[in-house]
Design a protein around this ligand. Sequence first.
Ligand SMILES: Cc1cc2nc3c(=O)[nH]c(=O)nc-3n(C[C@H](O)[C@H](O)[C@H](O)COP(=O)(O)OP(=O)(O)OC[C@H]3O[C@@H](n4cnc5c(N)ncnc54)[C@H](O)[C@@H]3O)c2cc1C
Length: 469
Amino acid sequence: MTDVLIVGAGPTGLALAVDLARRGVDAVVVERAEGLFPGSRGKGLQPRTMEVFEDLGVLDAIRAAGGPYPVGMIWQDGKRAGEHRMFDPAEAGEDSPFGAEPWMVPQWRTQEILFERLTELGGGGRVLFGREVVGLDQDAEGVTVAFAAGAPVRARYVVAADGGRSTVRRALGIGMTGETVDPNPILVADVRIRGLDRDNWHVFPPQGEGSGFMAICPLAGTEDFQLVAQFPEGEHLDVSLEGIRKVAAARSHLAPEDVTEVRWASDFRPRAALADSFRAGRVFLAGDAAHVHSPAGGQGLNTSVQDSYNLGWKLGVVLRGDAPESLLATYEEERRVIAARMLGISTGVHRGEIRRGEATRQLGLGYRDSSLTTETRPSPGPVRAGDRAPDGTVDGVRLFDAFRGPHWTLLTVGTATPVPLLPVPTVRLASYEVYGTGVFLVRPDGYVGWAGATAEGLREYAEGVGALG
Ligand SMILES: Cc1cc2nc3c(=O)[nH]c(=O)nc-3n(C[C@H](O)[C@H](O)[C@H](O)COP(=O)(O)OP(=O)(O)OC[C@H]3O[C@@H](n4cnc5c(N)ncnc54)[C@H](O)[C@@H]3O)c2cc1C
């Protein structure tokens, strides 16, 4: 009997495994493949995900592995026709240290880094490769998971992080409601190319009827490029070296032999779909198993990692017996609305209706309407209960340093009102205009759970959510 069985060692499963490992939860990841996923596909890490990664202890490795997005370069008839800026300009501020543009790291590298972190935390042996889940059965005490080969495993909770075609979701009979964002199939490949500089994201617009665009992006931290090419509906996509050489030569000034190697290739049709439910009893859906996006706008992996970040601490406190099981219901309550919103944004970016910028950074997301959120001030300031708790350094204290770790944090700003002695770190700031004035109890996933002008009602709230440990 294990406490949590995570199905799938993609970014969702690995991020959850890291979060649970640092909480000392007994968790096992089972992965169908014999190793980690080798492709670059989800390469854009949004500022909010960078904050989550700082908390999970992988920020330095992620920074060292990646780089900023290069400026787009539009090509016409073999000539540079002008630059294209992908993102609305923004400055990183004191309250959001990664607040400008996404950071590029190929997905395979992000997964390696999360896996290395898990190993460091003592959970490395807890990813079992070559274990394909084929079905599951649950009762009041736990879930029995069956594999294509080998003995079944019993777990108190199961998290389906097994991607868009989720076997677990199907086994549970949970439907997926959505639409095809674009009927035109897309080829995506990690290639080595001669004759293109690495200072630009090279964009080759469609050349007339029946053609599609091609974009070739240098992948930060590697010698590879990610080649993405769109095809007319119904066309068969050839993902072999020969097939990719043909596409590159037909749509650009490159010669076929300039594509020297294909390291990974795949094809897909952009879809947007949301699982009808994120939970069935003791089984939770997270990441692409719960929502699939168009890759435009770079929301899929980011939203997925944040599902894990929301679920991890809740499983931790419930398994420790510090909070009632009903806390787990707030995972679906909080994350399903966010996923629906992010799907709308991805589809809007894909269709050119929404720009990449404010909407895609994920810094403004929060849980104001959640049943876990309590705002007791009649006139709250700029940061309200449910909002992301911003960063900042005041009187030598950096807030993200205080928040870092699996615990809650009690923060007072601009008030000398007495607060109860709680077994959580307490930070008292004389003033910090980003927050306004108040008493704030910050959740382990960095959102304000409770806010008040005084601490009245704070202890009761903290007890109910397992903050007192
Ligand atoms: C071209 C492209 C570009 C993208 N760009 C971005 C981007 O810039 N930013 C962004 O945020 N997102 C992007 N995405 C989306 C991103 O890749 C996904 O959202 C992300 O991979 C989801 O992670 P996951 O862990 O939920 O699922 P997956 O990565 O699909 O992982 C699921 C894992 O489960 C395993 N598995 C499946 N079935 C079973 C089973 N029965 N038993 C055991 N294991 C199983 C699989 O082998 C796999 O390892 C892009 C996607 C594409 C296709």
